[in-house]
Write a protein that binds this ligand. Structure first.
Ligand code: SAH
Ligand code: SF4
Ligand code: F3S
Length: 451
């Protein structure tokens, strides 16, 4: 999953007297949560792209690697100066670093007014009421097994979006030894299918055509819901109810990728031919120490099965280099696996020890310069393979869904999740068009509209 910063830069539908600015770090689940916060505050606040004129700034944070956490601290330095200029400004920290640090964040940054975790954010309105009544340093970082993701019935803060995310479950029970997510997002909790369907219905009414279902481990969707629904049956229900959308999901854990789910790629017309299947390492020794519950041959067997069922499927992945104990041979096995699978795209990271996780306590940590060198070489290999994979589209015609237009430049997407850039008119946004692929670049394609 790519780390990203996205600023909510459009003014919301409802004009409200006060101005809100949200800055989002981290994964798509954080993006989804930022939208929920903006929706909950609609009517009280309208969104502003301008930090200087905001009455409330919320930073939605990510804690996956140390670098992500550091981004928050450098940003807070900037926000402190704003607060000095405008003492009425309210400043909140949400998301995974908020959950990780809780009230300790006030010690690091006393000018922060509130701290709210991924479950607490649904109580944001009550918390802001408390601040308005003069309370100081409020926090809500409860994580309970009894939590349910509430349904927010409000229009999207960004008008005209063609793509949208829908969180179908929150939290994770897997405890991969490197990962902080189970500690900051809590236990796995699935949303009722009826809520998901209702939310998709409302998104489709607002013009959304491409929907990505989100969860840290979508394959185990349905656990604990008390009625008979699993992930393939949720996909089937969505496919039946919304036959005109493009449907995607992320993330899928290789250990739980069932034949039934693989069959959905050939059975369900809305399900796009792309699977993000994080492998993390090609070494069985390292996979075991990561607590991933599969080995490299099982991963390759799943890939083979996927390609048998859906021959042109795109497979993307996440990789970690320099996990504790990773020898040169282990690393070489990761490179071999990359060559064997031929991913269209891979997000690769240097292992970063995270507080409270099992791997942070392993004594055989890899030197930083070794990690950097391994990452560089891995990216060189993947860039070359990725480009070759993209080149298979050169000279072909693809159907794409147009997502955006800026200065007569259209951005569109194939069903296989490749971004295609081309010249065109803004009235094509939201439409499916046929495009001739002229050239492949790293991570995108250049096309020409066929009339
Ligand atoms: N739920 C997803 C991944 C979520 S985190 C899954 O199970 O695959 C996104 C990616 O961040 C992970 O796939 C992993 O590659 C990377 N990551 C997680 N913790 C990390 C750490 N401590 N250091 C480096 N990369 C990490
Ligand atoms: Fe982290 Fe593993 Fe859960 Fe993914 S499955 S969120 S990597 S603990
Ligand atoms: Fe980051 Fe939290 Fe997502 S740690 S990757 S924002 S679940």
């Amino acid at each position: 999953m790519k780390s990203l910063i996205r600023e909510y830069d459009q003014v919301s539908v409802t004009k409200a007297p006060k101005r809100l600015h949200i800055i989002t770090f981290g994964c798509q689940m954080n993006e989804y949560d930022s939208q929920r916060m903006a929706q909950m505050l609609m009517g009280r606040y309208s969104l502003t792209p301008n930090l200087e004129e905001a009455d409330l700034i919320i930073v939605n944070t990510c804690s996956i690697r140390e670098k992500a956490e550091h981004k928050l601290y450098s940003l807070l330095g900037r926000l402190k100066r704003l607060k000095r200029k405008n003492p009425a400004l309210k400043l909140g920290v949400a998301g995974c670093v908020a959950q990780q640090l809780g009230d300790r964040l006030f010690e690091k940054a006393p000018y922060v007014d509130f701290v709210i975790g991924p479950q607490g954010l649904y109580r944001l309105v009550e918390l802001l009421d408390g601040l308005e009544q003069g309370d100081l340093h409020l926090s809500d970082v409860q994580l309970t097994k009894e939590f349910h993701i509430p349904y927010i019935d409000a229009p999207l803060p960004r008008k005209g979006d063609i793509r949208a995310f829908v969180t179908i479950m929150q939290g994770c029970d897997n405890f991969c030894t490197y990962c902080i997510v189970p500690y900051v997002r809590g236990r796995e909790i699935s949303r009722p299918a009826d809520h998901i369907i209702r939310e998709i219905e409302s998104l489709v009414e607002q013009g959304v055509r491409d929907i990505t279902l989100l969860g840290q481990n979508v394959n185990s969707y349905g656990k604990g819901l008390g009625h008979n629904i699993d992930f393939p049956s949720l996909l089937e229900r969505i496919d039946n109810s919304f036959p005109d959308i493009r449907l995607r999901f992320t993330t899928s854990h290789p250990k739980d990728l069932s034949d039934e789910l693989i069959d959905c790629f050939s059975r369900l017309g809305t399900l796009c031919e792309h699977l993000h299947l994080p492998v993390q390492s090609g070494s069985d020794k390292i996979l075991k120490r990561m607590n991933r519950h599969y080995n490299s041959s099982q991963y390759l067997e799943r890939v083979e099965r996927l390609r048998k069922t859906c021959p042109d499927i795109t497979i993307t992945t996440d990789l970690i280099v320099g996990f504790p104990g990773e020898s040169q041979e282990d690393y070489q096995e990761t490179l071999e696996l990359i060559k064997a699978v031929r991913f269209d795209q891979a997000f690769a990271f240097k292992y970063s020890p995270r507080p409270g996780t099992a791997a942070a306590k392993f004594t055989d940590q890899v030197e930083e310069d070794v990690k950097s060198e391994r990452l560089t070489r891995l990216l060189e290999l993947q860039n070359q393979i990725g480009l070759e994979q993209y080149k298979r589209f050169e000279g072909k015609t693809c159907e794409v869904l147009v997502e955006k237009c800026q200065d007569s430049r259209l951005t569109a997407r194939t069903r296989w999740n490749h971004v295609v850039n081309m010249e065109g008119d803004s009235d094509l946004v939201g439409r499916l068009i046929n495009v001739y692929i002229e050239r492949a670049c790293h991570h995108s394609l250049i096309g020409r509209i066929l009339h």
